[in-house]
Every structure is written in C-alpha cells, then in structure tokens.
Design a binder for this molecule. Sequence first.
Ligand code: ZN
Length: 104
Amino acid sequence: MVIFHWFLTFTGTNDESGTWYGFWSGFGGSIPDFLLLGTIAAVYKRNKCQSCRRLVLKGGLGKVQGTHYETCRRHTTTADHDSLKEKHKKLHPEMHEHLNKGVQ
Ligand SMILES: [Zn+2]
C-alpha cells in the first residue's frame, strides 16, 4: 500500500484533497448504512412467510409448489398452499404459467 501511495504521488495521480475525499466525507460516507438496510430488506423479503408475513429463518420455510412463495412451518397445510397458489395465479399470471408448465 505504501508503495502504491508512493507510486501515485510520484506519478502525480494522487490528489489528497481530490474527488474521493469529498465523496467519502459526503454522500459516500452513508453508503454502508444503505447497504445494511438494503441487506435487511432483502433478507426479510426472501425469508418471510407468504401467509403471515413473519420473518422465518431458512429451514423453517416450506416451498409452495408451482410458485416462488415460501411459508413458515405453521402454514404448510394443503389449504394454505392452495390459497397461496390461487393468489400467485392472480398476482403473477405469467410466472404462474411458466412455473406450472407441464404440471397440470
Ligand atoms: Zn406463516
């Protein structure tokens, strides 16, 4: 790193008060917060039960066949999955058809 810094200084590319300093002390400094929130949102979106919206950890989830939905342990009954299939059919008709190709 020292050599790299020396190289930049030597070649004149290293501008200490340049764009990157302004970037990181301004907007750039809050990027990790965005990333953290984004990750939490993504984890929630991927790991929630479609019936009760509770966050479920991987392993407790049951896949609803023919959809991209997943449910918690409590919502793995045929009735739950059938109603989710209906919901999926209405909300995502194209995906539903694609996922159920050759099934029915
Ligand atoms: Zn549930």
